[in-house]
Design a protein around this ligand. Structure first.
Ligand SMILES: *Cc1c(COP(=O)(O)O)cnc(C)c1O
Length: 469
């Protein structure tokens, strides 16, 4: 007997009631999400101490009995919404958080209702994964035959790229990790820049490489690897990690000077480009990452500069078989296409992350993406110029969308950052650059306008002046 759509209409009253409840809750959640967005401009960018203290309402033991879901939603909104950092209203400049492209946020709501497991088995998730992966490769000007895969973030993407490289180098040396494992395998030489991101080091550790096995190449005043200091004697068992977009300065390593030699000698180059790789999407800024397309693998994030909701990282590998060798894994009841997400990454079951990135890229288009990258970079320059004009010290030339600034000595810089948080107009975090504490500003929210930059600068200078009485 074939099942017709009509036969899927439920007659069971309990099923009908559950469906009604689901509809009511989803609709109510979307309404509350809309009102959260409407109120964003009226909230301090970092929540007030009172709002944070009110989170105590959540600190209870596991309830013995279930509660009414509408009541839970109201509680989440009442105590949760005021205790958020307001990251998509243009004035959050912390980390490289990025905002949320409205289309991507809306797609996430619909995709939440779909609840597709992108690992395999969902037609819509498969198609949107495949299409979006090819769009990402295109947007980033990487080799068109490269394979891309979504995952939880650039750390996972770094790990995936490093494992693909490790296993490829060993395979070429006649050692199959799948058969013989890692213990006793030929030793790999691992080279990074002094300014390597903590994420890449964590990924190396997870892939079996400890601190003492990692060689660090000196970097220049901008935080990019000094090409002249890069070893010329790498071999076919060498794994090199380069960086597109230093998290403090935005600087990228000299790819054209390093990558061809390493690859000619048989080595593997992986690039951590969590945010910086997106410079390639702008004709005006692409020169900053020129030669990056020569690498073997790349890690980036959709949840930072592209403004896709968390958590969305992307790994891209030049040769499909290198990613498949490292990540393919199936079972008799889960045998999907070679390019199914479960065969391109660590996770089997996974969120259909491609949907949100599809929406962001479709809403922006190639020109809108370039405009987003260029606009945020020019706002970073605007911020640096205005802060310098106000007497603050800009510690490194602005290369992309990151600004490093000091307000007098370290104590005064930290006090200014704390005062800015309490002021609530904007938020930026701290870092250490060349041994010195600094404020670190990342303009990575598409919502940021010149007015937001000016308001943030005025607040920073006001907070600094307030310290001096
Ligand atoms: C943010 C960042 C990472 C880590 O990315 P996650 O998505 O947080 O895992 C790695 N490298 C660089 C350069 C970054 O900026």
């Amino acid at each position: 007997m074939t099942t017709t759509p009509l036969e899927r209409v439920h007659t069971n009253p309990a099923t009908r009631a559950r469906t009604r409840e689901r509809i009511g809750l989803i609709t109510e959640a979307a309404r509350r999400a809309g009102s959260y967005a409407a109120n964003a401009a009226h909230r301090p960018v970092f929540p007030s101490p009172d709002a944070v203290a009110a989170l105590d309402a959540f600190r209870t033991g596991l309830p013995e009995h279930g509660r009414e879901p509408h009541e839970l939603l109201a509680e989440l909104d009442a105590f949760g919404s005021p205790a958020t950092t307001v990251v998509n209203d243009g004035r959050y400049f912390g980390f490289v958080t990025g905002g949320t492209e409205p289309a991507a946020q809306a797609a996430a709501i619909l995709a939440g209702a779909w609840d597709q497991n992108a690992g395999g088995g969902s037609p819509v998730a498969s198609v949107l994964d495949a299409v979006t992966c090819s769009w990402v490769v295109d947007a980033l000007h990487l080799p068109p035959t490269a394979i891309a895969a979504f995952n939880g973030g650039a750390t996972v993407a770094n790990l995936t790229g490093i494992i693909a490289g490790r296993d490829a180098l060993l395979a070429r040396a006649g050692w199959s990790v799948a058969e013989r494992g890692i213990q006793g395998a030929p030793a790999l030489r691992v080279i990074v820049g002094e300014e390597v991101h903590a994420s890449a080091l964590k990924a190396l550790r997870l892939a079996g490489f400890g601190e003492a096995q990692i060689e660090r190449v000196p970097t220049d005043a901008t935080g990019a690897i000094d090409a002249d200091a890069f070893p010329a004697d790498t071999d076919a068992l060498t794994l090199v990690l380069l960086q597109a977009g230093n998290v403090n300065t935005g600087a990228s390593d000299p790819f054209s000077a390093i990558i061809p030699g390493v690859r000619d000698r048989g080595g593997w180059v992986h690039v951590d480009g969590a945010f910086g790789l997106w410079a390639a999407a702008s004709p005006a800024l692409r020169h900053q990452v020129s030669g990056v397309e020569l690498a073997d693998s790349w890690a980036t994030d959709a949840h930072k500069w592209l403004s896709v909701p968390y958590d969305s990282g992307i790994v891209i590998v030049r040769a499909r078989e290198d990613l498949h060798r490292a990540m393919a894994g199936d079972a008799p009841y889960i045998t999907f296409a070679a390019d199914a997400p479960m065969n391109k990454g660590i996770q089997i079951s996974q969120r259909a992350r491609g949907i949100e990135t599809w929406a962001a890229l479709a809403a922006l288009g190639r020109d809108g993406l370039a405009a987003l990258i260029e606009r945020t970079c020019s706002q970073a320059r605007r911020m640096a110029d205005a802060l310098a004009a106000g007497g603050a010290e800009v510690l490194a030339p602005v290369q992309l969308n990151q600004v490093l600034v000091a307000f007098g000595d370290e104590e005064s810089t930290l006090a200014t950052i704390a005062a800015l948080e309490a002021d609530g107009t904007a938020w930026a975090g701290t870092t250490v650059w060349k041994g010195r504490r600094a404020m670190r500003v990342s303009v990575s929210d598409a919502a940021t306008t010149a007015d937001d930059v000016d308001a943030a600068v005025a607040a920073m200078l006001r907070c600094w002046a307030g310290l001096r009485g």
